[in-house]
Design a protein around this ligand. Structure first.
Ligand SMILES: Nc1ncnc2c1ncn2[C@@H]1O[C@H](COP(=O)(O)OP(=O)(O)OP(=O)(O)O)[C@@H](O)[C@H]1O
Length: 486
């Protein structure tokens, strides 16, 4: 009886404590020169000291504390609030301190997002192929797949990044599989008792769903068990990517589909400021056909000798296939003066980070076997980054890891042509400057994703902009107003 009362009080106190996290606080800009400790978490790490060394915001720290207590958490918030950053720390924490590495599965809705976390797509983890068929059909499909069954049954924690692109139907089907595959003892628990760490911003790119007729629900938050799936739902509010308060306000408005006259004026001015210097600025396009066309045209226009780098892959499908869908291309063709962009963090302190743009200035002999056999002549590109830093870009390896086991790898030069990039591919990136042609923007959230990549208004150039392209889905607005009211 007493124990019941104690548990109730504990639940009530934690409810009060965490309900404050559901409320927004004003976006406070912070300096961007903070550096993070690269210290690894081990079983003996003192977590208070570790959190301090990471310069976490109060909200970020509270999330990690809740995760340490094995709570299931939904981490949301505007672009640049550090959702992915917290997810990476949470993964380390879960693997090194709370569970065994093999009990923690890291997934994302898309190949690009999964590769960024060295994880796998949610579809591959679940063993559901394309996810077609009703929940019972998929459940039986998973039962026939010993490896997928093994994953579901060993999982103690499941990380899902970029949830905005997972549809409601799929979320419900996966919950059903989790609940039914893990044995009778877990049938009454949401997700069969697996601790969920889910992250994403529903104001960003929505799911591409083939709707079952009459289903009527699109977003994962509309799922039957959404609220029961989490002990804590947090909207991070402190923005780290931008520091200029006017730009932060503008982005917050665009995120919620607001067409404030002052902000529209600012955006239309960004259209008028197109200059010659645009030659070197990355162009973000809504559609891949435009991306490929522009990159191809600009490469050929240079008329220089090109060098090809062919990705080297290991492992089996579907993991190998997932790496193909990631950022590193099958074949990278570049030449001197080609505009390129880094697609992996190489040296945070030197600013060699995912999204850093530059120009190829030379090809140099690779020391030792550093070219990893991905280019015929053994030469590696030397790039002058826009920050002024010059670096030879060595091959990097992307991995699909399950626990401590590598399922597949791809080795390639971590560069892509950067005259043009698709808005879908740059979700998650931070860019110093960009030009985006929004004339063919479609759907909800696309304008917001494009604009929020850049650190400041100084670096933003627009064309084809029309205020009707700023759109927030009414259901998303309602969900955020209900769940994180101010
Ligand atoms: N506590 C922090 N202190 C300083 N910088 C931080 C902190 N948290 C995150 N950042 C930095 O802010 C930038 C944006 O973080 P991140 O990409 O994780 O944001 P996000 O919310 O996932 O954005 P998006 O929705 O666009 O993917 C990164 O450069 C990251 O290193």
């Amino acid at each position: 009886m007493r124990e019941g009362l104690f548990l109730k009080m504990l639940k009530y106190t934690s409810h009060i404590l965490f309900s404050f996290l559901r409320y927004r606080v004003s976006a406070t800009p912070t300096p961007q020169t903070r550096c993070f400790s690269t210290k690894k978490i081990t079983r003996t790490t003192n977590l208070n000291d570790y959190f301090k060394s990471q310069n976490l915001s109060i909200q970020q720290e509270s999330i990690l504390e809740a995760i340490t207590k094995t709570q299931s958490v939904f981490i949301s918030g505007p672009a640049g609030t550090g959702k992915s950053f917290v997810v990476s720390l949470a993964t380390e924490l879960l693997r090194r301190k709370i569970y065994q590495p093999s009990e923690v599965f890291v997934t994302a809705s898309t190949g690009v997002a999964a590769c960024a976390l060295n994880g796998q797509t949610l579809h591959s983890f679940a063993g559901i192929g394309l996810g077609e068929g009703d929940k019972e059909v998929l459940f039986r499909k998973v039962l026939k797949n010993a490896k997928a069954c093994g994953r579901w049954r060993t999982a103690k924690a499941l990380v899902i990044d970029e949830i905005s692109m997972i549809g409601c139907e799929l979320f419900e089907k996966l919950e059903y599989i989790a609940r039914n595959i893990r044995g009778v003892a877990y049938m009454n628990k949401p997700w069969g008792g697996i601790q969920l760490i889910v992250s994403g911003d529903f104001f960003q790119l929505p799911p591409i769903v083939k709707q079952k007729q009459g289903f009527g629900k699109e977003f994962a938050f509309e799922a039957m068990f959404w609220n029961d799936s989490f002990d804590l739902q947090v909207e991070l509010t402190q923005i780290f990517r931008q520091t200029d308060t006017e730009f932060i306000d503008l982005l917050q408005g665009v995120r919620r589909g607001r067409k404030d006259e002052h902000h529209l004026g600012v955006l239309y001015r960004c259209c008028n400021e197109l200059r010659d210097s645009l030659e070197t600025v990355p162009n973000l396009f809504p559609r891949n056909v435009d991306v490929n066309r522009v990159n191809e045209e600009r490469l050929r226009r240079l008329g220089k000798e090109t060098f090809k780098y062919i990705a080297r892959d290991s492992g089996k499908n579907p993991w190998k296939g997932q790496l193909k869908l990631g950022m590193a291309p099958d074949e990278l063709e570049i030449c001197i003066d080609a505009r390129v962009m880094l697609i992996k963090n190489k040296d945070l302190s030197a600013g060699l980070v995912n999204g850093a743009a530059g120009t190829v200035i030379d090809f140099v002999e690779a020391a030792g076997k550093k070219h990893c056999g991905i280019c015929a002549n053994g030469l590696l590109p030397k790039v002058r980054f826009d920050s002024g830093l010059v670096a030879v870009v060595n091959p990097e390896t992307w991995e699909v890891v399950e626990g401590d086991v590598k399922l597949a790898t791809r080795t390639q030069i971590p560069l892509i042509l950067a005259w043009a990039v698709s808005i879908h591919k740059c979700q998650g990136m931070t860019l110093e400057c960009l030009h985006t042609d929004l004339s063919r923007a479609f759907g909800y959230g696309m304008v917001y994703v494009a604009l929020s990549r850049v650190r400041s208004l100084k670096g933003l150039y627009l064309s084809g902009f029309n205020s009707s392209k700023i759109k927030a889905h009414p259901k998303v607005l309602e969900f955020y107003d209900k769940s994180f009211c101010s």
